[in-house]
Design a binder for this molecule. Structure first.
Ligand SMILES: NC(=O)c1ccc[n+]([C@@H]2O[C@H](COP(=O)([O-])OP(=O)(O)OC[C@H]3O[C@@H](n4cnc5c(N)ncnc54)[C@H](OP(=O)(O)O)[C@@H]3O)[C@@H](O)[C@H]2O)c1
Length: 269
C-alpha cells in the first residue's frame, strides 16, 4: 500500500521539491498551501492532492488532515516546512512582524504537530519532520528573530521526541544550509522602522552576502532528498543536515570566539 505524506508550504521551494520527490517514490502526497488554486501545474500530477492549509489557522489544518485521510485513507508522515525569514535589525522590527514570524515558524508548526498527534498515536506510528535550519544551531548577523524561531523549533522537536517515541512516532529535524528558493525573494520580510537609519549600512552588508549565498546555492531538491531519507532510513537519528557546507561541524568544534570571528569574516567582510 502506498504511503502518504502531508507537506506544509508545498507551493514553492523545498516544499514543492519534496512533494514531487515523494510522488516520484510512489508516495501519495497532500501538498498543502495557502493558495492551492494557484498550483495549476502541481494539481495535474497524479497522486498529488493540493489542499488549503495556513499554519496559523487551526481550522484549515484540521480540514486538510481530514481531507487527506478522506482522499488517501492514511497519513504516514507530516513535513512541517512552511516558514520564512524576518531579517534585519531587531530594533527596527514591529511587534506585528515579530508576532507573524513566531506565529508561522513556531506556533504554526506546533499547531500542525498538535493536530496530527492524536491520529499518529491512534495508529501507533508516524513521522513528524520539522524543517529547521543550520540557523537553528548557530546564528547569523541581522537574523536574531529568524534564528530565535529556528532555535525554538530545534528545542521543541528535540524534547518532543522523548514523549512520542513510546507511541512509535519519530521526530526528525532537517537543517538546511543556503538553498536557492523564494526564501531570498518574495518570502523575505525585512525589519524597517521609519526614521531609524543607524543599522542600515550593517544590514545592507549582511543582506548582500546572505542573499548572494542563497542565490548561488543548490535548489530544494537536496533538502527534499534529505527529508525522504529521514522518513525511510529506519533509524532513530534526530538531525539531518542538507548543504550545510561543514558549518555545523565548525560550530561544534570551534570555541565561541573563534566561531564568531569566522562568521564576522565571512558575512561582515
Ligand atoms: N532557503 C533556505 O536557504 C533555507 C535554509 C534553511 C531553512 N529553510 C526553511 O525551509 C522552509 C521552506 O522555505 P523555502 O526555502 O522553500 O522558501 P519558500 O520557497 O519561500 O517557501 C516557503 C513556503 O512557506 C509557505 N508559508 C509561509 N507562511 C505560511 C503559512 N502561514 N501557512 C502555510 N504556508 C506558509 C509559503 O507559502 P506561500 O506560497 O503561500 O507564500 C511557501 O510555500 C522554511 O521553513 C525555511 O525557514 C530555508
Amino acid at each position: 500500500m502506498n504511503k502518504v505524506v502531508l507537506i506544509t508550504g508545498g507551493s514553492s521551494g523545498i516544499g514543492l521539491h519534496a512533494a514531487k520527490l515523494f510522488q516520484s517514490k510512489n508516495w501519495k502526497v497532500a501538498a498543502t498551501m495557502r493558495t492551492p488554486e494557484k498550483a495549476i501545474d502541481l494539481q495535474k500530477i497524479v497522486d498529488i492532492e493540493c489542499l488549503k492549509l495556513d499554519v496559523t489557522d487551526v481550522e484549515s489544518i484540521k480540514a486538510a488532515i481530514a481531507a487527506t485521510l478522506e482522499k488517501f485513507g492514511r497519513i504516514d508522515a507530516v513535513v512541517n516546512n512552511a516558514g520564512y525569514g524576518l531579517l534585519g535589525a531587531f530594533e527596527a522590527a514591529t511587534p506585528e512582524q515579530i508576532e507573524r514570524q513566531f506565529e508561522t515558524n513556531v506556533f504554526g508548526l506546533m499547531n500542525v504537530c498538535r493536530e496530527i498527534l492524536p491520529y499518529f498515536r491512534e495508529q501507533k506510528r508516524g513521522y513528524i519532520v520539522n524543517v529547521a535550519s543550520v540557523g537553528g544551531r548557530m546564528t547569523f548577523p541581522a537574523s536574531s528573530l529568524y534564528n530565535s524561531t529556528k532555535w525554538a523549533v530545534e528545542g521543541f522537536s528535540e524534547s518532543l521526541q522523548y514523549e512520542v517515541e513510546q507511541f512509535n512516532i519519530r521526530v526528525k529535524i532537517i537543517e538546511p544550509g543556503p538553498i536557492k528558493t523564494d526564501f531570498y525573494g518574495r518570502s523575505q520580510d525585512l525589519t524597517k522602522r521609519e526614521g531609524l537609519t543607524a543599522y542600515d549600512s550593517f544590514v545592507s552588508r549582511v543582506m548582500e552576502t546572505m542573499n548572494k549565498g542563497g542565490t548561488d546555492a543548490p535548489d530544494g531538491e537536496v533538502v527534499a532528498q534529505t527529508i525522504f531519507t529521514a522518513v525511510t532510513d529506519g533509524t532513530k537519528q534526530l538531525r539531518y543536515g542538507a548543504n550545510t557546507k561543514g558549518i555545523l561541524t565548525a560550530r561544534r568544534l570551534l570555541p565561541d570566539n573563534l566561531f564568531f570571528a569566522l562568521i564576522r569574516k565571512v558575512i561582515l567582510k
